[in-house]
Design a binder for this molecule. Structure first.
Ligand code: CTP
Ligand code: MG
Length: 237
């Protein structure tokens, strides 16, 4: 089965507020995008790896290629970057549109979630291969409140609440259909699974580790560095 991974890196990183777009900001010396590409390239099932980069960030990608030439050259199946869009969903659409017809399964991953472990990606692929749609997610630790106008309107049962992560893996045809339907309806999902759920299709959950952080704010860098150090000692989970 032909499997492609899209590594989404076209965001601006507004909450981080760095001079560089977030995906190009280093964590312990290596940009998030490079780390995510490396993690996905290490997944044996993935045979095509597509970075999705904003057209205005081509120079940053060229710098990455120059600074990490040997490392990028060693990544199997790395394709040329595809132009992302102004919304994450548009970047996903561009990535999916670039895939050759034989790609049966697509792995969507945020460059910002650069601590992802290849074995966890393989577990999601395995479930999506059998069921069509699967995502990595972690049980929430806090009690979740639904709030409107500063007032709690609902407290969902915590046992039923999970925090969605990436990768999210879908049969390519299913994701194409979900993107078409979302476009027709002018719907922007907060993740890829949501637009697939709208089709009435079941999305399976694969439990992901708490260390699969999405680096968002400046303080997340120190936390991620601790996870990296723990992984080096063989203690990460
Ligand atoms: N992303 C993308 N295209 C967009 C928006 C986001 O490819 N138009 C990517 C980001 O590069 C990131 C991932 O989607 O790897 C998750 O998005 P997020 O963490 O929100 O990153 P940013 O959008 O860059 O950050 P912010 O929302 O703070 O601007
Ligand atoms: Mg964003």
């Amino acid at each position: 089965m032909s499997i492609a991974a899209l590594v989404l890196a076209a965001g601006r990183g507004e909450r981080l507020g760095d001079a560089l777009p977030k995906a190009f900001v280093p964590l312990a010396g290596r940009p998030l995008l490079l780390r995510s590409l490396g993690a996905l390239a290490a997944v044996p099932e993935v045979d095509r790896l597509v970075p999705v980069v904003a057209p205005s960030d081509r120079k940053h990608f060229a710098d990455l290629e120059a600074d990490f030439e040997a490392e990028l050259a060693s990544l199997s199946g790395l394709a040329v970057p595809v132009d992302g869009g102004s919304e994450r969903q548009h970047s996903v659409r561009a990535g999916v549109a670039s895939l050759p017809g034989e790609v049966e399964l697509v792995v969507v991953h945020d460059a910002a979630r650069c601590l992802v472990r290849p074995a966890d990606v393989s577990r999601v692929i395995d479930v999506a291969r059998r069921h069509g749609a699967a995502i990595l997610a972690a049980p929430v630790r806090d009690t979740i409140k639904r709030v409107e106008a500063g007032r709690v309107v609902e407290t969902p049962d915590r046992a039923s609440c999970w925090a969605a992560q990436t990768p999210q893996v879908f049969r390519t045809e299913l994701l194409r259909e979900a993107l078409d339907r979302a476009d027709e309806d002018g719907f922007l999902g907060s993740d890829d699974a949501q637009i697939v759920e709208r089709l009435g299709v079941e999305v399976r959950i694969v439990e992901g580790p708490p260390g699969n952080l999405k680096l968002t704010h400046r303080e997340d860098w120190a936390v991620a560095e601790r996870w990296l150090a723990a992984a080096d000692e063989g203690g990460a989970s």
